[in-house]
Design a protein around this ligand. Structure first.
Ligand code: ADP
Ligand code: MG
Length: 356
């Protein structure tokens, strides 16, 4: 296994730059997830790691070796795609053995590696089947098997679960994570799904428009997003991001959201009156409180999911979502008081979106 180092990498297609100078340190054995909206450059970055796309500028290292000019098959990476494209006329065994045969690996060695990978992936009973005789999840496992048998330095995954239904996706992400723990392989995993990123990653790299917005452990990003993009992207249901202006009420700092509605602010010297802020509070950090405290809102929608109940209300033209684990008797039209947990508040500058 090996570390991967991305140093100030840029990528242009013709005259259009789509990756604008990205730095990532991936440690040996680490599972790193690149996450961001469609079109932000995740696949392009991954393909540059695999050698399927040239690097316009910057340096890519695998271990200590700069591999910018090293052809894909000498990089010792293995890629698993969303579209796993197994060879339909080959049995599972042969699908997994194919790349090793091409590399003229000794037949006994091939058998040993394929059988070992099949065992790890629970595919032993299916080695003699054709891909059409497998479920979607089993096919995706075969695609991973093809990567595992090569014993690469680095696994590269590009949205490998996107074609599976929701339930299977949840199951497979646990399987991939478990597999990672067994193989201890350096892995770079691309997804647009923040839940996948949160549940699978040792380290998350959040990208937007060809740039990195923030890098960190899943809960670091959740608890301390650097800017409103990361705050809104990580977490589901998403963090409430409410715009308002700093004011004071009987000497206490508040955020005026509308003429009538305001939210409590912690006393902070940097919050001069009139400053425009984005007030970030996660739905689970809002508490139902007695009359008189917090902000009074009228319930617009009640959504019980079983595990929790989501309450949506309006603050003027903006929305605020609260979630409760307890089962309160709540109905649309009812007025309630919500109080944000001050120690879990996230404040951002409304002009540049950066955390204050
Ligand atoms: P993601 O995987 O995050 O959805 P991509 O890396 O596929 O994003 O694409 C990033 C940007 O690069 C997009 O704007 C896309 O249109 C552009 N792009 C990707 N591949 C090519 C290509 N071969 N030629 C020109 N533009 C491309
Ligand atoms: Mg992509």
């Amino acid at each position: 296994m090996a570390s991967v180092t991305v140093r100030n990498i840029r990528k242009s297609f013709g005259s259009t730059e789509v990756v604008h100078g990205v730095d990532i340190d991936i440690e040996d054995g680490e599972f790193v997830v690149l996450v961001g909206p469609s079109g932000c450059g995740k696949s392009t970055l991954l393909r540059m790691m695999a050698g399927l796309e040239s690097i316009t500028s910057g340096e890519l290292l695998i271990g200590d070796r700069v591999v910018n000019m090293v052809p894909p098959k000498e990089r010792d990476t293995a890629m698993v795609f969303q579209n796993y494209a197994l060879y339909p006329h080959m049995k599972v065994y042969d699908n997994m053995a194919f790349s090793l045969k091409l590399r003229k690996v000794d037949a006994a060695e091939i058998r040993e590696r394929v059988e070992r990978a099949a065992e790890i992936l629970g595919l032993t009973p299916y080695l003699d089947r054709f891909p059409r005789q497998l479920s979607g999840g089993q096919r995706q496992r075969v695609a991973m098997g093809r990567a595992i048998v090569r014993k690469p330095q680095v696994f590269l995954f590009d949205e490998p679960l996107s074609n599976l239904d929701a339930k299977l996706r949840v199951q497979m992400r646990t399987e991939i994570r478990e597999l990672h723990q067994r193989l201890d392989a350096t892995s770079v995993y691309v997804t647009h799904d923040q839940i996948e990123a949160m549940t699978m990653a040792d380290k998350i790299v959040v990208m937007k428009d060809g740039k990195i917005e923030q890098t960190g452990k899943p809960l670091e990003l959740y608890d301390h997003p650097n800017n409103i993009f990361v705050a809104g992207f990580i977490g589901s249901p998403a963090m409430n991001l409410i715009e308002g202006e700093v004011a004071s009420d009987a000497g206490n700092p508040i955020l005026r959201v509308t003429e009538e509605l305001s939210l409590p602010l912690p006393p902070a010297p940097s919050l001069e009156a009139g400053r425009k802020l984005i007030y970030g509070t996660r739905p689970e950090d809002l508490e139902l409180t007695a009359n008189g405290s917090g902000v009074e809102v009228e319930i617009a929608v009640v959504e019980p999911t079983g595990a929790e109940t989501l309450i949506m209300s309006h603050l003027g033209k903006q929305q605020m979502l609260a979630s409760f684990k307890e089962r309160h008797e709540l109905r649309p039209g009812q007025k309630i008081h919500l109080t944000p947990h001050m120690e879990k508040l996230h404040l951002f500058d409304a002009d540049n979106g950066q955390r204050i």
